[in-house]
Design a protein around this ligand. Structure first.
Ligand SMILES: [Zn+2]
Length: 192
C-alpha cells in the first residue's frame, strides 16, 4: 500500500524517443551539464540524525526484489560514507518494499516522514515497482534500488551521469550507472 501522507518522489521509466540530431544535441547538453555541475549533488534539505547504523526492514512480495534492495545496501555500504545498517523488521526506521502497479509510470518510489525536508527524518519507505522491475536485468534493477536508497539518505535529483539522475533510461541505458558515483557519495558526505 502506498502511503500518501508524504509527497512521493517519482521516477519516469523510459526516455522519450528523439531524432538523431536531437540526440546529439541532448548528449552535448548532458556533457555540458555534467561539466558545469561537477560535484553538484542536490539534497532535499532533510536528513537522518545519523546513518552509521540505520535499522532497515526488507520486505517484498515479488520476484527478486528483496535481493535488489539488499544489493543497494551493499553498494552504499562499501562507499566512503558513514552509511551502515542493520536489517530488522521490529525496530526499523526504513522499509524497503515493492508493489506491482501497471497503471503508473514509475519503477521506483521513495517517501519520507515527516517530509523530505525534515531534520531529522523519522521514517522512510522505498518501493520497487515489480511491473517494470521484472523486465529489468539485475544491474538495471540495481540502478533503481541504489537511486531510491540515495533518496532515503536525503539526496534529491541531479543531472548528468550520476545515480541520482531521475530517469532510469538515462541512468542505466545511457550512463550505465549501477552503484553510487563520486557525486552521490559527496552528497551523502555533505549531509553526514
Ligand atoms: Zn528519484
Amino acid at each position: 500500500m502506498i502511503r500518501k501522507s508524504t509527497a512521493p518522489s517519482l521516477h519516469p521509466v523510459v526516455g522519450q524517443l528523439v531524432s538523431v540530431a536531437a540526440a546529439v544535441s541532448l548528449a552535448l547538453a548532458v556533457a555540458l551539464a555534467s561539466l558545469s555541475s561537477a560535484f553538484a549533488y542536490q539534497t532535499f534539505g532533510g536528513k537522518w540524525s545519523a546513518i552509521t547504523n540505520l535499522q532497515i526492514c526488507v520486505s517484498t512480495s515479488y520476484g527478486n526484489d528483496s535481493y535488489r534492495w539488499l544489493d543497494s545496501l551493499y553498494w552504499w555500504n562499501i562507499t566512503s560514507t558513514d552509511f551502515g545498517y542493520t536489517t530488522t523488521c521490529s525496530s526499523n526506521v526504513i522499509s524497503l518494499l515493492d508493489a506491482n502497479y501497471s497503471g503508473v509510470g514509475w519503477d521506483g518510489l521513495t517517501q519520507m516522514s515527516p517530509s523530505f525536508s525534515s531534520n531529522p527524518y523519522s521514517t522512510g519507505w522505498g518501493y520497487l515497482n515489480y511491473y517494470y522491475i521484472q523486465g529489468y536485468n539485475p544491474y538495471k534493477a540495481n540502478s533503481v534500488s541504489v537511486h531510491e536508497m540515495g533518496h532515503l539518505l536525503g539526496l534529491a535529483h541531479e543531472t548528468g551521469c550520476v545515480s541520482m539522475v531521475d530517469n532510469t533510461y538515462d541512468r542505466y541505458e545511457v550512463c550505465g550507472i549501477v552503484s553510487p558515483t563520486q557525486d552521490d557519495i559527496d552528497g551523502v558526505n555533505y549531509l553526514y
